[in-house]
Design a binder for this molecule. Structure first.
Ligand code: SF4
Ligand code: SF4
Length: 213
């Protein structure tokens, strides 16, 4: 499997005007025994995406995705890796967190594969197993947001910001303290936790969702 860190390098060519374009591609070989052959099935079941096995690797999804150039593995590659059982690589990739859920790939896929739902399923599995890039704020924000809503039925922006900064880059709290004060003093951001009245009803609902997922 080639690494996503492929990049051009090399000294200037003989003419001296243009660097020679040589690509450094790191290959990481994996034995079949290191893969999880059940991973594709697990993801397909969670995302109602059994069609993922019909993928013809045409690359339309990668071509149409507006953020694929920022991803470590483009959507076509993610589907291939899910099917082959590259569980660890998929769940720790930044791709699933950079997906903007725009549904463009799902609309354009000639095999009607629900790629966006597959990305959601992968996020859920990654969070449940605490497998995501360290200090990466997107999954941490999702976790903190859910924690607060599950507890109070509502989200407090101030607590959310503090929670994310605490678990990612704590010094950002200092960096944005002036902006935070402005938002706080103008009533745009609160620090006090607020909640809904019937929290027990919400917990019953969440327990039900947990059972079915
Ligand atoms: S567009 Fe659909 S069929 Fe083509 S590579 Fe992507 S998932 Fe596979
Ligand atoms: S839903 Fe996600 S993977 Fe699909 S095109 Fe949009 S950003 Fe890319």
């Amino acid at each position: 499997m080639s690494s996503p860190t492929a990049r051009p390098y090399g000294p200037a060519d003989k003419v001296g005007t243009r660097p020679a374009l040589v690509y450094e591609v790191q290959k990481v070989m994996k034995f079949e025994s290191e893969l999880n052959p059940q991973f594709g099935e697990e993801v397909a079941q969670k995302a109602h995406g059994e069609k993922l096995f019909a993928c013809i690797q045409c690359g339309t999804c990668s071509g149409t995705c507006p953020v694929s150039h920022y991803m470590d593995y483009a959507p076509r590659r993610i589907i291939q890796m899910v099917r082959e059982g590259f569980e660890q690589e998929v769940l720790t990739s930044s791709t699933i967190w950079l997906c903007a859920s725009c549904y463009q790939c799902t609309v354009d896929c000639p095999k009607q594969i629900k790629l966006t739902d597959i990305m959601y399923a992968l996020k859920q599995i990654a969070i449940a197993r605490h497998l995501y890039p360290k200090n990466f704020s997107v999954p941490i924000m999702a976790e903190e947001f859910f924690k607060q809503v599950a507890k109070n039925g509502r989200n407090s922006e101030g607590k959310l910001m503090i929670g994310i900064a605490w678990r990612t880059h704590f010094l950002n709290l200092l960096k944005y303290s002036r902006l935070g004060m402005k938002l706080f003093t103008t009533g745009r951001m609160g620090l006090v936790e607020q909640g809904i009245e019937n929290k027990e009803q919400l917990r019953t609902l969440l327990r039900g969702v947990e059972k079915t997922s």
